[in-house]
Ligand binder design. Structure first.
Ligand SMILES: C[S@@+](CC[C@H](N)C(=O)[O-])C[C@H]1O[C@@H](n2cnc3c(N)ncnc32)[C@H](O)[C@@H]1O
Length: 211
């Protein structure tokens, strides 16, 4: 299995020098949040090629890696809105976005997603959900409101280091997160407005399409 994962990773394309350096720096800087797994990243790029979204919403910017990745793989007239509650992350993201010249294409909104989502206007074709895992279930109604019919909702880390699907792996301090992630997965897999599949790529993603 590990050999297989390594093989898959060996076939992943290189990213821009800027993104490769940002990934390296993120892995070395404790105060930075973890960024998207490389195989999930390529999955996102493939979904963007398929869907060609005009408006993208990201929940959980961290230092801007995945929003820059998405802008790299979308036409210049597309728009990305990304939400981050931690001021320091939002500031670093804005700085990184400026460095790559994407300040007119990516808008960073600093704030708590539950609050920001409530006043955002809809019409998104693609949503990348990558914030606090225990809050996914709380965000779902607003995400559904914001997503176009035919739009994609990609939720990251839903298998949560193997804990979501295996009681024996759940560490005590993560019990609440795992319970809430399970509620989220129950909701998106049974929701009448969504067609969802769970994919064990990276830390596990839920790929949902709105009917
Ligand atoms: C896993 S990181 C995002 C990584 C980023 N998407 C990437 O791949 O480059 C999660 C980020 O979401 C932010 N976050 C967590 N919960 C949030 C919330 N409720 N509202 C806004 N931001 C949140 C955290 O501060 C953190 O920076």
């Amino acid at each position: 299995m590990d050999n297989e994962k390594e093989y898959i990773r060996s076939l992943l394309p290189r990213r821009s020098a800027f993104l490769e350096e940002l990934r390296r720096k993120s892995s070395l800087t404790e105060s930075y949040a973890p960024i998207v797994a490389p195989d999930t990243e390529q999955f996102i790029v493939t979904l963007l090629a398929l869907k060609k979204p005009r408006r993208v919403l990201e929940v959980g910017t961290a230092v801007g890696y995945s929003s820059i990745l998405m802008a790299d793989n979308l036409p210049p007239d597309s728009e990305i809105i990304t939400v981050e509650r931690y001021k320091k992350h939002a500031e670093i993201a804005v700085d990184n976005i400026f460095k790559v010249g994407y300040e007119s294409r990516i808008r960073v909104i600093e704030g708590e997603a539950a609050e920001v989502l409530s006043w955002l206007d809809g019409d998104f074709d693609f949503i990348f959900l990558d914030a606090a895992k225990a809050q996914y279930i709380e965000f779902l109604p607003e995400l559904l409101r914001l997503l176009n019919s035919g739009g994609i909702l990609l939720s990251d880390n839903v298998l949560f280091h193997g804990m979501t699907g295996d009681d024996g792996s759940v560490v005590r301090r993560k019990i609440t997160i795992v319970k809430r992630l399970r509620m989220y997965l129950e909701a998106v897999t049974n929701h009448p407005l969504l067609t969802t599949t769970l994919i064990p790529i990276g830390d596990g993603v839920a790929l949902s399409v709105k009917k």
